[in-house]
Write a protein that binds this ligand. Sequence first.
Ligand SMILES: Cc1cc2nc3c(=O)[nH]c(=O)nc-3n(C[C@H](O)[C@H](O)[C@H](O)COP(=O)(O)O)c2cc1C
Length: 192
Amino acid sequence: MDTFEAISQRRSIRKYKSEKVSREQIERILEAAVLAPSGKNRQPWRFIVIEGKKKDDLISLLFCSEKERKSKGVNTGSFSQTITAMNQAPVVIMVLNSYFDTCIDADGQLNHNRWLTDVQGIAAAIQNMLLTAQDQGLGTLWVCDIYYAEEEIRTWLNTENQLIAAICLGYANEKPFPRPRVSWKEVTDWLD
Ligand SMILES: Cc1cc2nc3c(=O)[nH]c(=O)nc-3n(C[C@H](O)[C@H](O)[C@H](O)COP(=O)(O)O)c2cc1C
């Protein structure tokens, strides 16, 4: 599959088959992730692959957090639907920023430029993962709704790292139509 084909055929997948994803497939996806460019080649990404019983535990934790927040009247947006999709996926990969603490300057202020640079590198790694999965015939979902339960997840993972996203991985059990895009012509200015 050529690069543009992988880019144009990828869809966010929210329904998955129970079929297992092999260890080799996951390793290939992670191999692609760390080939992404990053500011000063800092490679700020970290990954935690969650499967099987641990994934069930994570889903229970997320549903509990969502229920608790809802009971307190907090708006949890699409979190519930996202957890349902995560529940179906046989693999969830947590993506973390291990350099966040180095972005806090001596005066306690966030070094915005460095942090934003690191996040862009991590996003590039995520896109590499999505496209490599696509190339392997796997479906993915890039998830940020996990921020609704950020502290609970970090405690559960026992990590100080900043939570960036979760990636669902598995064989698709749906064929979504392409979601609409604004043409590049409408979002591009040419200066010459
Ligand atoms: C940074 C980011 C965060 C996202 N978070 C979620 C999420 O929490 N739940 C979800 O169902 N989809 C999430 N998505 C998927 C988007 O909804 C999806 O990419 C968009 O609707 C376009 O559809 P497509 O990916 O099929 O082209 C996220 C996508 C990105 C890039």
